[in-house]
Each structure stands twice: as structure tokens, then as C-alpha cells.
Design a protein around this ligand. Sequence first.
Ligand SMILES: C=C1C[C@]23C[C@H]1CC[C@H]2[C@]1(C)CCC[C@@](C)(C(=O)O)[C@H]1[C@@H]3C(=O)O
Ligand SMILES: O=C(O)CCC(=O)C(=O)O
Ligand SMILES: [Fe+2]
Length: 397
Amino acid sequence: MDSTASSLLLCPPPLLSLNKPNATNVSSSSSSSSSSSSSLVFDSASMRSQSKIPTQFIWPPCDRLQRLDELNEPVIDMREFARGDASVRRRSAALVRSVCTSHGFFQVVNHGIDPSLISAALESMDAFFALPLARKSKARRVPGSMSGYAGAHADRFSSKLPWKETLSFRYGNDGSGRPIVDYFASIPGEDFARMGEVYQKYCEAMHGVSMAIMELLATSLDVERTCFRRFFEGGSSIMRLNYYPPCQEPDLTLGTGPHCDPTALTILYQDQVGGLEVFTNQKWHSIRPRRDALVINIGDTFAALSNGRYKSCLHRAVVNQQSVRRSLAFFLCPKEDKVVRPPEGLLSRGGGDGGCGPRKYPDFTWSELLEFTQKHYRADTTTLQAFIQWLLSSSAS
Ligand SMILES: C=C1C[C@]23C[C@H]1CC[C@H]2[C@]1(C)CCC[C@@](C)(C(=O)O)[C@H]1[C@@H]3C(=O)O
Ligand SMILES: O=C(O)CCC(=O)C(=O)O
Ligand SMILES: [Fe+2]
């Protein structure tokens, strides 16, 4: 997305006050959302009974709920791509190339995930978030790590708080053990064994879909079919359960603020409530939920891997006054020490086509970008640009 579009309908890019990498305090990614934590505790059940939302949850007017058109994106049939003849595969690849060079968003159907597994994941999520806050807090996120329970990120930020509770955990795909079963078994005080089994199976299934999509993306970029699969071998992806309680002033806040995912690829299942929005053609579009579809968006890491040819999808989530909304987000990540560098086949081609020719981003490791978002910068609409600026300034100092 070009910067003029972002300046037109998005809040002006945040004034960066980045600290050098050896800084101990977190920087504020914008003047209005300092990263210091808030003393607030997000107990949505009690907050819900008040007529006004706390001011920490109020977002700038330009970020708020608007009446939107729907985004009618092509939906890719994964079974057709897997089994189709060359012309069918070329057609799917051409559709993906078109939307990914534009705004990095599409949906897939016939993905092969058992609907009962998705239902079990949603039911397990409902059971967890229905627990009293004191019991959810036994799984609270350890500062600096990605895993654990969080309420509005009030432990990390002091303004523009998202109206959501989250539970996040890691999925290592090196085939050893059952890391998610082990994670849920490690949470004190509760018997989360069934959740562990459900999300272990869910993440294994999502990893499989992500590898099929990596083949589709390689084909669309005309590079060797397995090159991206191999890039993600041994990675540790992130699973996040997003639970958005109903809000008494939904027009003043957001469930998840405008951002691009710093990760490589997001596979998201949203329930039937609706609230996901994508920014393209200089305006926000709502994404109508589809029970049979998975939402796919390109993240910053894959945008860099494609040498800027594919766009990192700018999106957000709004909340409503009537009902809970839930989404299951699987964030594909490479190994932490993996250097993010476009495949040779992409750079060696000449021509003005985006993604070929000179490097658009310096080499960096996934762990550098992840740590930047967890310790120095609140991920938002310009994370990748801010990260590169921070990386280059630290190498210059
Ligand atoms: C690497 C990550 C950081 C976030 C979770 C994953 C991918 C998406 C990121 C996030 C959702 C972008 C919006 C801001 C954020 C703080 C949030 O609202 O949760 C981001 C996540 C995070 O830093 O926990
Ligand atoms: O809940 C949604 O629809 C979007 C969530 C999201 O973008 C995220 O968790 O990164
Ligand atoms: Fe996201």
C-alpha cells in the first residue's frame, strides 16, 4: 500500500521515537499510544456494565468504525489447485498474484480442515474465556514472551487499548513432541488437557494448509515450487485466540488496531459475527464471514521475502454492541535465526516487475523483527519500515 493511500484514510503514520536497540525502555510507536503499561485490568464482564468505556480504549476518530463496502475477493479453491491441470493451477496462481501485488489478502475454500475441528477450537475458546479473570490470569503472558493470556494488552500499552482478550502460544513444526499439549499442561491450577489436544490438532492442520499456500505463492511468483516450504522448515509459528467481548461504545474503540502482521502468513478463521476489515483502494472494506473459508493475509516477513512484490495486508478488527466475536489466527513464522532474504530466482530476473532487481530490504532474522515488536515497538501500519530504520540506525551506530 503506498504511503499516500495510508495518509489519506489512515491516521497519519506515527511519529517514531525509536530508541537504539540497546535501549531498555520500550519506545512509543506513536505519541498517542505510549508503550508503557496501564494500571487498568480488562475485566470485560464488569466493564460492560458501565455506560462509558475507559478513556484508555478510545482510538483517534480517523481510526473508528465507518460504514463500509464489502471486499469481494476471489476465493481460491485449494483442492482445485492441488489436483487441477496446469491451466487450472495457472489460473489460481494468477488470481493470487493479482491480489497479493495489490493488498495481500484472499480467502481459500476446500482447504481440507475438518469443520468439527474448527468447532472444537471455537468451543474450547469459549470455555477458556468464560473463566473468571483470576483463573485466566494463571496463564498470563510473561513480559517479552509471545505465549499467554492478555486482557487488552493493558500490561504493555497505556492508550489505544484494543477491546479484546487474547490467548497466544507457540507451535514448533520440527515434528518433535506435542508442544501445545505441553503448554496447556503447564498452566497451573486448571485442567486444560482437552484444550491442549484440540489446539495441537488445530495447529498441525493449519501448518499443513500454510505449506500448501506456500506452494501456491511460489507458483504465483514463478520460483521453484518448494522453496518457501523449505524456508519455513523447523519454524515456530504463533497461534492466537482473539476474543472480542461486546462493547457499549463500539464506535469509539477497536478490537485490533490497524496493522500489518509482522509474521509471514496469517491463516485466520473468523466466526459468523463479522468485524474483520481490510484496507485497499484507499478505503476500508468489511470481510463477510464464510463458514467454509479461511482468511489468508500476507505479512511483513513474506513481503520482504518477495522483495516487496507482495504487499503486507493492512487490516483491523472492529467490535459491536450485541455479541462476542471470536477469531482464530495462525501466524506462520520461520525459525528464529532464519535470515529473511528473497530466493535467488526472484532477484536474478531482470525487468521492472516488482520484486525483481535490487534488494528492497536488508537481510534480517525473524527473531530480530519479532523482538522489535515485543520489546521496542507496537506493531501497527508501518512496522516493517520502522524496523528497517531501527536496524540500519543500529548498524550505523
Ligand atoms: C508477531 C505478532 C505480534 C502481534 C501478534 C503477532 C502478529 C500480529 C501482531 C499484532 C496483532 C498486530 C496489532 C498489534 C498487536 C500488539 C495486537 O493488537 O495484538 C500485535 C500482536 C502482539 O504484539 O502481541
Ligand atoms: O480478529 C480479526 O479478525 C483480526 C485479528 C488480527 O488481525 C490479528 O490477530 O493479527
Ligand atoms: Fe492481524
